[in-house]
Design a protein around this ligand. Structure first.
Ligand SMILES: N[C@@H](CCC[C@H](N)C(=O)O)C(=O)O
Length: 259
């Protein structure tokens, strides 16, 4: 059967998105999803996303990594699916939708998508890194020379090493630019490579930098290889609340695939 697909990107993290409100897609077809995400033999993307109906919210987001496996939350994909829902006429400028990690609020202002992330109540602090879950698991480590840093080599070593092993973690390497501005490069599990940006990753970095005292600000700019994102939050003794990931999300092209 022929299906229309849409390609979106959010700060260079790119996704194939399909409208699956009629439940046409075989969601267990890992091989087909991986083929579509392949940059040489397919459309090419870091992830694959389905927009589906939900009884209680405006829509449901189902997220797969480029390897074809359903995974945990994708922040940039979340911003892109909000833009897609508006494009389809499913929402106007404000929404509540459901994803694998729970309910998300979002709004679109001047083409910029603001996505509310889950509260972060647990952060593990180690000598050279922090570990936290912002919808997806993230290892956050500061490095001195981010520009020339070997993200794929070091990221994959950490991702497959102790204590993460096969389940893995995404790995973020960070440089501080100013009191409230950081540069980030991320190795993503499930893509098994560096991506140009990771939304749950920059959210984790902003919170980790605040937790470790590198910044006192609760409005943080994150510079990724694919563009700038902002993360804002409130914090108290219990953790981090009212967390918002803010940035652009753009439809790049659409086409037809055989499914
Ligand atoms: N690109 C994403 C993260 C997607 C999920 C991740 N690869 C995982 O499996 O944990 C983002 O923007 O958050």
């Amino acid at each position: 059967m022929k299906m229309t697909f849409y390609k979106y990107q959010g700060t260079g993290n790119d996704f194939v998105i399909l409208d699956n409100r009629l439940q046409i897609i075989d969601k267990k077809d890992t091989k087909r999803i991986a083929e579509l995400c392949d940059r040489r033999f397919g459309i090419g993307a870091d992830g694959f996303i389905l927009l589906e109906n939900d009884d209680q919210t405006d829509f449901k987001m189902v997220y797969y990594n480029a390897d074809g496996n359903e995974s945990s939350m994708c922040g940039n994909g979340g911003r892109c699916i909000v833009a897609f829902a508006k494009f389809l006429g499913v929402i106007e400028n404000e929404t509540e939708f459901i994803a694998i990690d729970g309910l998300h609020k979002a709004k679109i202002e001047n083409e910029i998508v603001h996505l509310q992330m889950q509260d972060v109540l647990e952060i593990e602090t180690f000598q050279d890194h922090l570990f936290l879950n912002t919808g997806s698991p993230h290892h956050v480590e500061m490095v001195s020379d981010l520009k020339d840093f070997e993200v794929k080599k070091n990221g994959s070593r950490i991702r497959y090493g102790e204590p993460y092993n096969e389940v893995g973690s995404n790995v973020n390497f960070v440089n501080q630019i100013s009191s409230d501005h950081f540069a980030v490069r991320t190795y993503e599990r499930g893509v098994e490579d560096e991506t140009l940006s990771c939304g749950t990753g920059v959210t984790a970095v902003a919170i980790a930098m605040h937790k470790s005292g590198k910044t006192k600000s609760n409005i943080i700019t994150l510079n990724t290889e694919g563009g700038d994102l902002k993360v804002t939050f409130d914090s108290n003794d219990n953790g981090y609340h009212n967390i918002w990931l803010v940035g652009p999300a753009e439809q790049v092209f659409k086409g037809e695939i055989e499914w």
